[in-house]
Design a protein around this ligand. Sequence first.
Ligand SMILES: [Zn+2]
Length: 294
Amino acid sequence: MDLTGHDVVLVTLDSCRYDTAVAAQTPNLDRLSRLLRAETSGTYTLPAHTAFFTGNLPRPLEGGYPLGPHTVAAIWRSMAARPTSRTVGIDFNGRTLMDHYRASGFTVIGAGGVTFFDPAEPNNCLPGLFDQFHYFGRTNRDAGSPAARVASRSDNLTLTHAAELGRLCRGQDRFFLFVNCPSTHIPYTTPDNPLTPAVVPLLERLYELHDSKRSDPAAFSEAEVGVLLGLQRQALEWADRQLGSLFGSLAGRRVLVVVCADHGDEFGEAGRYGHAHAHPTITTVPLWCGLLGR
Ligand SMILES: [Zn+2]
């Protein structure tokens, strides 16, 4: 299996829980592979992506990564890692996947929507790893009030721009496209699922608990947790439809695709909320992978 000439689409569904993916209808992602239960090495966006960009994707808990008729133990593996006899998709040279693909003649494109990817913030290290980075989210320098954060979202979601990202890729001889999708990140709103008055107090409480890292196992009733899980499920289903249109627009190209969450979200299972702390709801994430085209 020679994957060195394949274009690449690497997608992170920010904060998407594994059980959200189990409950969701994701026909476009399911065409890549079955849903894999995987373990991520980061509990929030920065360390998770730092691991991914050095080839350390979430690891499937059972078996390897299916790529068409093949299964590999690792999709990418740094030449700096210990030698292995396991099957590897692509051994890469360079500090990051983006360095490797750039040196191999690919155009390296990034797109994102959570603030770690805002190139206007000079202290962010991730967007500078790309030749070009398209950021659609809000800036961290905006007021962080609940009213500013608990909001309907459309243009500030990366996958709202799926058609233009597809056009950008089709214009390249070879491309590596990374897409960070904030739709599955709190407040979970999408063009198909705008904010409603009923969920505003729930989301404001969730933000407060996430920010404070306060333990409060009784902060939400079971029914309220069900509402939050439903919001994230609908956000994933919207992302699946947008990704389906992106994949369709790349018909005729040979593309290696990986879609995974960077980390999950805790809704009080062990008393805490959000992410950036170690708990199985945060470290267990969904992953799909596969090959598009010939
Ligand atoms: Zn994240």
